[in-house]
Design a binder for this molecule. Sequence first.
Ligand code: 13P
Ligand code: SF4
Length: 309
Amino acid sequence: KMDVREKKETVLKLKKEKRAIILAHNYQLPEIQEVADYIGDSLGLSFKARDTTAERIVFCGVHFMAETAKILNPNRKVILPDLEAGCSLSDTCSYEELLEYKMKNPEVFIVAYVNTSAAVKSLSDCICTSANAIKIIEKVPLDKKILFVPDQNLGEWVQSKTGRQMDLWPGECYVHVEFTHQSLLHLKKNYPSAPIVAHPECERAVRMLADEVCSTEQMIRYCRNHPAKTFIIVTEVGMTTRLKKEIPEKDFIPASTPRCACSQCKFMKKITLDKVISSLERDYPEIDVPVEIRKKAFIPIQQMLEWSE
Ligand code: 13P
Ligand code: SF4
């Protein structure tokens, strides 16, 4: 039986042999972040996936992210070490439901958060991530009515920042809605001078207490440039691992919820070193997106990359 160090060495060796690149989301386990070639938010990972020349992309993240990588780089193998690494937010908006809406409202401009299936993306006009959502909404022609799917909290935040009215799909992320106004006030008492940095998937009552609301990757720049030494981080706990790695001289307190000391996404945590090793060895499980969906979904993703570059 291998220990963590041996497992990491095995991953690095296999990665070389297989000419693979490991892309990891900021919420991944520390040992996964340590073997990754690139760690980032959904937007950064999309750009990396598009531009890589590696033979295989091992995606340490969740299913919609690996699908997006495949759509952007269809000639490369994209491997997701555990197909059960889904996203319950993404599941709140099904292809069938959105198709029904689209048939009834053909004139509406659909902006889909990247946390959606490839099939839902194929019905959309533009994709966005938490890093570029404001920018994207500001580019949508003013005479268009907008439907924003599927995260109502992110949608509401963008609406408040841009003044643009949108119809909001009633989805939410089970991890981010666990944080409450009360639990944050309580934490703030212990760290009165620590700025609060929150992800836009948090509810409004939480966002209103935040000094900064932004994507996971943008949190790094904010904390680096801010003079404070300690920060309260209101998102999935993996983010504090990444922050500590990037800014070792500062402290990051993961926000607690009324139910637990910190918040974990059970889907992100499905990816383990053992699964990365076996998926590299077997080239499996591979992500495949049917060609018609892939071609249609490419258009709004490409639109996003163009509008946010
Ligand atoms: P970011 O794109 O900000 O990393 O967010 C991804 C996500 O799944 C948030 O829950
Ligand atoms: Fe989905 Fe929420 Fe997990 Fe992000 S944290 S992958 S939105 S369930």
